[in-house]
Design a protein around this ligand. Structure first.
Ligand SMILES: [Zn+2]
Length: 471
């Protein structure tokens, strides 16, 4: 308890500058691999706090690592700072009001994600120095969580090779420990090439790449009935071949996002989608090339670390929201449907109640719905024992990737949730640093899992981080 009080007060002592950091990043929303200002703000903070800084991690200009401490185990605390397109929104209002500009916005709360993780790492650094304990803490500023799989590329480059334990979190409506379930995924671009021709005068001489894309999509849509029910396939047209209907489209490109429960299932599904692409090319007498853009693994859990993190949450209790926080959260809820709110409780495994903000810690045995999304934390979790908290930072029912989420990203409730989850992460890190048995159990749990199914990085060797995505 004494250790807990000490680490919590070290978090509190520095909450102001880190709240400002979060607000600053909220104000400069940047996309996938284009997070230059956000990464610079995090790098400045690392330097100001006295971390040893490594830039351009894994050859990615917007990835940064700061390290402090000497010897001992290495604790990694992972942060993110990328935003999303189309989610620009004025802060602190409960109506849709995009800001002028490029339309980008922090609709997933990654402004808070990075700042809370850096705050936790700073408190652990201060704790190590104060108590003369051997151990190192690292903050990993990870870009491009939204579709760039940066952590996978960082893991492939060995950035986590000497890490003992990784800790992270994600903004949520509830406070708890994440159930370690997510889907593995791969993004693949299918480029079809045909032959242009006058669509009326010489249609028989043309071969349409756009037809091939349409047939591929139809084929995949027929496959859906016959794939595992928790797999997911989505697509977006990157190139429809042009704007002239009187020209047979000689080129067309479709991006597929394929998700499955684990890598073996994903590999099987990708093979089927590739066959359908080949079939579409065969039918249209076009050719097709497939290019993997990114890939992430599913999450691997770690029971000893999840228990340790949950104990920290239990000691701390829920975030200290007040009446003003709840009043604004109710305003946000008035823009949501009953179904939004109900499904938010259901996903967390909590019974529905008339509360706008989290006021309890999710029990370890809550039957939460498995996460049907994906996260690049998955690849880190295959390389080192990893644990992830949910931090309560927004109104219950707020959909992920929504203007309502952006609107709440600078509110006092978000700041309180951010400081709260920084205490949970820092407390868990201190437990690992002080308790050799816990560290050994976390490693044994991880080893048992990866020895059953060894990790194979889903990113093909020949692809580099798609840093040009930001262009
Ligand atoms: Zn996110």
């Amino acid at each position: 308890m004494q250790n807990a009080e000490q680490i919590w007060s070290l978090v509190e002592a520095k909450q102001e500058p880190f709240t400002q950091l979060s607000d600053r990043v909220w104000g400069t929303p940047e996309l996938c691999y284009g997070e230059f200002q956000s990464c610079a703000a995090h790098t400045e903070m690392l330097q100001a706090q006295g971390f040893r800084v490594t830039k351009d991690v894994a050859g990615i200009p917007t990835a940064v690592v700061g390290e402090a401490g000497e010897g001992g185990p290495v604790i990694a605390i992972l942060g993110e700072y990328d935003a999303l397109p189309g989610l620009s929104q004025e802060a602190g209002v409960a109506e849709h009001r995009p800001l002028p500009g490029n339309g980008f916005g922090h609709g997933c709360g990654h402004n808070l994600l990075g700042s809370a993780s850096l705050l936790a790492a700073t408190a652990v650094k201060d704790y190590l120095a104060k108590n003369g304990i051997k151990g190192r803490v690292r903050y990993y500023g990870c870009p491009a969580e939204e579709g760039g799989a940066a952590k996978g590329f960082m893991a492939r480059a060995g950035a986590f090779a000497d890490v003992d334990v990784a800790i992270t979190w994600h903004p949520s409506a509830f406070a708890g420990v994440y159930e370690p379930v997510s889907l593995a995924n791969t993004r693949i671009d299918f480029s079809f090439t045909g032959r242009a021709s006058h669509a009326a005068a010489a249609p028989h001489l043309g071969r349409s790449a756009l037809d091939a894309v349409e047939l591929m999509n139809v084929g995949v849509n027929y496959m859906r009935e016959h794939m595992p029910s928790d797999a997911r396939v989505h697509y977006a047209l990157l190139d429809a071949g042009g704007i002239a209907p009187n020209v047979v489209q000689a080129h067309a490109k479709v991006r597929y996002l394929i998700r499955a429960r684990n890598l073996p299932e994903l590999t099987r599904l990708i093979e089927r989608v590739r066959k359908i692409a080949d079939g579409a090319a065969l039918m249209t007498e076009t050719s097709v090339q497939a290019q993997v853009v990114s890939a992430v693994s599913n999450l691997l859990g770690n029971a000893p670390l999840e228990r340790a993190m949950h104990d920290n949450l239990e000691r701390l209790g829920p975030p200290p929201f007040d009446e003003a926080d709840r009043a604004f959260a109710r305003k946000i809820q008035s823009t949501l449907s009953e179904e939004d709110i109900e499904s938010s409780f259901r996903r967390a495994g909590m019974p529905m109640r008339d509360v706008p903000l989290c006021d309890e810690v999710i029990p370890m045995d809550a039957k939460s719905a498995p996460m049907m999304g994906s996260t690049d934390v998955g690849d880190v979790s295959w390389v080192v024992p990893t644990v992830q908290a949910r931090g309560a930072t927004y109104a219950i029912g707020t959909p992920g990737h929504s203007w309502q989420l952006t609107a709440q990203g600078k509110m006092p409730a978000a700041h309180k949730g951010m400081v709260h989850v920084a205490k949970v992460m820092a407390g868990t890190a201190v437990d690992v640093l002080r308790d050799e048995v816990l560290l050994a159990r976390a490693k044994a749990d991880h080893q048992a899992k990866v020895s059953r199914t060894p990790y194979v990085c889903p990113l093909p060797d020949e692809i580099d981080p798609p840093i040009q995505m930001s262009a």
